[in-house]
Design a protein around this ligand. Structure first.
Ligand code: PLP
Length: 376
């Protein structure tokens, strides 16, 4: 059976976790956490990175830092994971969904401004499949209307928009290191902070509302309760696992991109015959091979293809059910404008296996089976 995802393992994880145990430091913010933060800062050129327990938690931190309150509105695509919305709904905000572009499945930047009201506080773009949203346009709208930008870059590590790392455009950017992501620590994430002035508040919220981070650095002699906060720091064991992956981030990304290109090449004939559609990467976006998907004619054909591939021992999966049509989406949000593509495109998308250890032979076999299905 070819799984849809296999969590990445590079070889050094256990050694580093063992080191963390020998360091007698397995709680948060030990040497491995510091190394991971620094690695991400150096490689994304953000002012500050704080490792978190998940991308969900990084987004919750961003919502707290942005001081999102009851009645505020946050604009986002409906085609996203629940965490993008939950973070703001937990603060009492209403979610305003905007349609996606069918080519990248990202929020349509041209529809954002129409959704802005007097209550709008933030825009939360989601970089689907590690392909950048149109950040120039989005940042321009945010500046003109005085809005915060919180990027859901859960799938976006090692990916760039016009040469700049995803997650570093907005006030805050959120990465995920869940086992389904390119680089992993089991469960985990990171909050990227663009402006130095927001770092101290973030450290306090992450450390149960205390200035313990300063205490650890020897900047204060006692730590005290400074503000509301929670426990958003991951254990050193998870950070040790992640560090082994960060060290090989280039290699992991290179292999994923090679498999992605191979899928694309093998499936291009089917696309040229008009039987399927392939992902589109804008010229100015450098993606990270997070996901390879095809689009079938409709939901019915997708279901048949999933079953067909399953018989061939291949696991392929659909993706998000649009949030605006889900029970909580109806309760906490509204769709602004017409749902021209969100529902329709979400019903056509089929993700094929993509992971670090996926082999060239496997990609060839999978693409061959997809072709067989269409040429039966
Ligand atoms: C994976 C993912 C998340 C959640 O990440 P966790 O680390 O599991 O909390 C949020 N948004 C998107 C777009 C994701 O793909």
């Amino acid at each position: 059976m070819i799984n849809f995802n296999v969590p990445p393992v590079t070889g050094k994880e256990v050694e580093y976790m063992k080191q963390a145990i020998e360091n007698q430091k397995i709680c948060g913010d030990g040497p491995f956490t510091v190394k991971c933060n620094e690695w991400i800062e150096d490689n994304t050129h953000t002012a500050k990175c704080l490792l978190t327990t998940s991308c969900t938690h990084a987004t919750e931190m961003a919502a707290l830092l942005a001081d999102i309150k009851e009645g505020d509105e946050v604009i986002m695509p409906s085609y996203t994971f629940v965490s993008t919305a939950n973070a703001f709904v937990l603060r009492g905000a209403r979610v305003v969904f905007v349609d996606i572009r069918p080519d990248t499945m990202n929020i349509d930047e041209n529809l954002i401004e129409d959704a802005v009201t007097g209550r709008t506080r933030a825009i939360a773009p989601v970089h689907y499949a590690g392909v950048g949203c149109e950040m120039d346009a989005i940042m321009d709208i945010a500046r003109r209307h005085g809005l915060m930008v919180i990027e859901d870059a859960a799938q976006g590590i090692m990916a760039y928009y016009k040469g700049k790392a995803l997650g570093t455009f907005g006030d805050y950017g959120c990465f995920s290191f869940h086992e389904t992501k390119n680089l992993s620590m089991g469960e985990g994430g990171a909050l990227l902070i663009r402006d130095e002035k927001n770092v101290e508040a973030a450290e306090i919220i992450r450390e149960k509302g205390t200035d313990r981070s300063k205490y650890y650095r020897g900047q204060v002699d006692k730590y005290r309760w400074q503000n509301y906060g929670s426990s958003y720091l991951p254990s050193e064991l998870n950070a040790a696992y992640l560090y082994a992956q960060l060290e090989l981030a280039d290699e992991i990304t290179k292999i994923r991109l090679a498999r992605w290109e191979q899928y694309k090449e093998l499936l291009t004939p089917l696309a040229e015959e008009g039987k399927i559609e392939l992902p589109y990467i804008p010229e100015h976006c450098t993606h990270n091979g997070h996901m390879f998907y095809i689009k079938t004619k409709d939901a019915g054909e997708r279901g048949e293809l999933i079953s067909y591939l399953k018989q061939k021992e291949i696991l392929s999966v659909s993706h998000y059910v649009p949030l605006h049509s889900a029970p909580a989406g109806m309760k906490f949000g509204r769709f602004n404008g017409e749902d021209k593509y969100t529902t329709k495109e979400s019903e056509r998308i089929l993700r094929l296996p993509m992971f670090y250890k996926l082999t060239e032979d496997e990609v060839e076999y999978i693409a061959g089976c997809v072709k067989e299905f269409y040429n039966r």
